[in-house]
Ligand binder design. Structure first.
Ligand SMILES: NC(=O)c1ccc[n+]([C@@H]2O[C@H](COP(=O)([O-])OP(=O)(O)OC[C@H]3O[C@@H](n4cnc5c(N)ncnc54)[C@H](OP(=O)(O)O)[C@@H]3O)[C@@H](O)[C@H]2O)c1
Length: 314
């Protein structure tokens, strides 16, 4: 029997890459990986081809290229790239293009990699945190959540997949432990004693693969995480893994927003949202469910053991 193709947006990146590798690691699973990229000749695209993926050119800003790339596919994994452009409107337009293309191509199971529209919990009139870009509280969350309705309205057979904070942010996103004025290494997390659901980025793709094996999840909204940990717990795990003391830098969300790097205000609001709605946010990312999708799901300490040398410290 021929394999069911899954078209993977962002295949050369973190989420999509994990999914392509998960599909290819299970040759008897009945699925084939179709890796979408803007540049099939890039080194990363060639590597995916050498592993056995079908590599296809597509751009999420070009709906016709998406229709072609989704054509004949059983599944499609859809994700947007907020940090490439910092525009929620662009994300929304790209989500519309992917939903439209999936619908027109007759894709049977779509995963939309999404996050909460935080304005459902913190309306713009609520001044506990500033409104950003005129109409958002957490810009890199809100348009993703708003786009959930786009998939529903078009009647796309989709699973809405709420992801979690990548622990890989400690490597690639400036979240590694830093030396403070007191000379101590601090893991800065403005969430007080509240828990942050986190995950190894590679495990998002593996969980997505588990979702594609569960057609009963079509039409459902689900969430995944590898562990829910407080800043103090993460600092303790970092201390053990790195062999040097790391404390929790428990700054306030206000102080985090004032760090001033691009997106600091967005992230400050995000951490405040996760802290103030801890019960909802952790509850929406059940660990046993995540592990049922992906038996290889890593804990933070397992992820640290494999990645500690890559974390910039100091
Ligand atoms: N960091 C976190 O903790 C976290 C947590 C949850 C969710 N997220 C969300 O994850 C999303 C990013 O996903 P990711 O981390 O998997 O991305 P990523 O690792 O940055 O990978 C992005 C890949 O997507 C491709 N791409 C970029 N623009 C494209 C376009 N216009 N058309 C087609 N492909 C394009 C690029 O591939 P080519 O160059 O090969 O085309 C690139 O390799 C963001 O929206 C972010 O908000 C992040």
């Amino acid at each position: 029997m021929s394999k069911k193709a899954i078209a993977v947006v962002g295949s050369t990146g973190a989420q999509g890459g994990g999914l392509v590798r998960a599909i290819l690691a299970d040759p008897s699973g009945g699925f084939a990986a179709r890796a979408l990229t803007r540049d099939p000749h890039s080194a990363k695209a060639k590597e995916l081809a050498s592993l056995g993926a079908e590599v296809v050119a597509a751009d999420v800003d070009d709906v016709e290229s998406l229709k072609k790339a989704f054509s004949g596919a059983y599944g499609a994994f859809c994700v947007t790239f907020y940090w490439d452009h910092f525009s929620p409107e662009k994300e929304l337009a790209e989500a519309r293009a992917m939903a439209r293309a999936a619908k027109d191509a007759g894709v049977k199971h779509v995963i939309w990699s999404t996050l909460e529209d935080t304005r459902r919990w913190v309306p713009l009139s609520d001044d506990r945190m500033p409104t950003l870009q005129g109409k958002y509280k957490v810009p890199h969350f809100d348009a993703k959540g708003e786009a959930n309705q786009v998939f529903r309205d078009l009647g796309v057979p989709a699973t809405l997949l709420n992801t979690s904070f990548y622990w890989d942010n400690l490597i690639h996103f400036g979240m590694g432990p830093k030396k403070g004025a007191d000379g101590k290494l601090a893991f800065v997390l403005p969430m007080g004693d509240k828990k942050l659901p986190g995950i190894a980025a590679e495990d998002i793709g593996r969980c997505a693969y588990g979702v594609f094996k569960r057609p009963d999840l079509i039409g459902k909204e689900v969430g995944i995480a590898g562990e829910h940990l407080t800043g103090a717990q993460m600092a303790a795990e970092l201390s053990r893994a790195l062999g040097q003391d790391v404390v929790h830098g428990a700054v306030t969300p206000e102080a985090f927003r004032a760090f001033g790097f691009p997106g600091a205000d967005d992230l400050g609001n995000m951490f405040q949202f996760k802290a103030e709605f801890e019960g909802y946010y952790c509850g929406a990312r059940d660990l046993a469910f995540s592990r049922s999708l992906n038996p290889k799901l890593q804990t933070f300490s397992q992820w640290l053991a494999a990645n500690k040398e890559r974390i910039p410290v100091g």
